[in-house]
Design a protein around this ligand. Structure first.
Ligand SMILES: Cc1cn([C@H]2C[C@H](O)[C@@H](COP(=O)(O)OP(=O)(O)O[C@H]3O[C@@H](C)C(=O)[C@@H](O)[C@H]3O)O2)c(=O)[nH]c1=O
Length: 185
């Protein structure tokens, strides 16, 4: 199998390492294959996103409210990001805990529905992510990146943010409506 799957400290979050087939031209890698992913990521992906971020940009912490909650399969095709998932499922043994991974090409992170997601661009980065529900503007939501209850240890103190992200609420005021037994897709 050209993929290695590693569960993180929050076991529903999975790091996937894809085999890169290098030759004199460059390299080839698969980023997703249903038959290999089905035991770890048993979801369908109706939307694929791409964003480009300058070094020093932070996007997050974002989620879509139920019933449009999104699982996200995140990777980088150029650059390096500090990628973060936070468990927002009330009743979960890891509620409010976060995990992070430095993603570079060839590594993917699966962050299920019920989590909030954000990343910091350690370098100029192109990020590609597949999502399990289509975008719904009315369900688009989030939590401020430096929320003191979650306390992510970001690699920067003064990131570049969008106006929207600068004004996101704290967890205690957020509209997050996830429960431990919700679908991970
Ligand atoms: C996320 C999204 C945004 N948009 C539009 C809305 C807006 O006009 C513009 C920029 O949106 P944002 O500022 O929300 O983009 P961005 O800050 O990159 O939002 C993304 O951040 C990462 C961390 C995630 O986890 C994603 O799910 C998503 O929330 O793109 C879509 O049309 N479809 C989408 O799926």
């Amino acid at each position: 199998m050209p993929f290695e799957f590693k569960r993180m400290e929050i076991p529903e979050v999975v790091l996937i390492i894809s085999k890169q087939f290098s030759d004199s031209r460059g390299y080839f890698e698969e980023l997703y294959k249903e038959s290999d992913f089905k035991n770890y990521v048993p979801c369908n992906f109706p939307q694929i996103n791409h964003s480009f971020s300058k070094k020093g940009v932070l996007r997050g912490l974002h989620f879509q409210l139920n019933p449009y909650a999104q699982g996200k399969l995140v990777t980088v095709i150029f650059g390096k990001i500090f990628d973060v998932g936070v468990d927002l499922r009330v009743g979960s043994p890891t509620y409010k805990k976060w995990v992070s991974v430095e993603l570079t090409p060839g590594k993917l992170l699966w962050i299920p529905a019920g989590f909030t997601h954000g990343f910091y661009a350690l370098e100029e980065s192109h990020v590609i992510y597949m999502v399990t529900k289509e975008f719904s503007k009315d369900h688009d939501s989030g939590i401020i990146w430096n929320d003191d209850e979650i306390n992510v240890k970001w690699p920067a103190n003064d990131p570049m943010l969008s106006d929207k992200d600068r004004n996101l609420p704290r967890l205690r005021e957020s509209k997050a409506n996830f429960k431990y037994n919700d679908s991970l897709c």
